[in-house]
Write a protein of this length. Sequence first.
Length: 146
Amino acid sequence: MTRRILLVNGPNLNLLGTREPELYGEETLADVEALVSRVASDFGLEVRAVQSNHEGVLIDAIHEARTDCAGIVINPGAFTHTSVALRDAITAVALPTAEVHITNVHAREEFRNHSYISAVAACVIVGAGVHGYEFAVRRIAQLIAR
């Protein structure tokens, strides 16, 4: 069995730590990737991380995961609310997927209340800060252990 998960971070998440820290906190993308790697290693899992502001790059990474990953943790950022293509990619690879949002998207602007990803995710974690990634890795590890 493949012992790797794909960590996907969408647009603007490269600015973590400096972009609206009152909403997103002061942790950087590197901090998030280190946290995910630490938690994953507790379950004997490796992590392949990708961040892009370009939808096609994320779709390509998800497609590649089909052959070398056992699960996906994704924070699609603003693509959450706009990308049928990301949803279709997740559906196509048929890997257990956890959707993560650092903020409580349901307590923000109305347009953030809709996710194209949630319906195809095994779980959705919102509003837990970067610790949501930790919860997501733990859930994916449980799902792939079955």
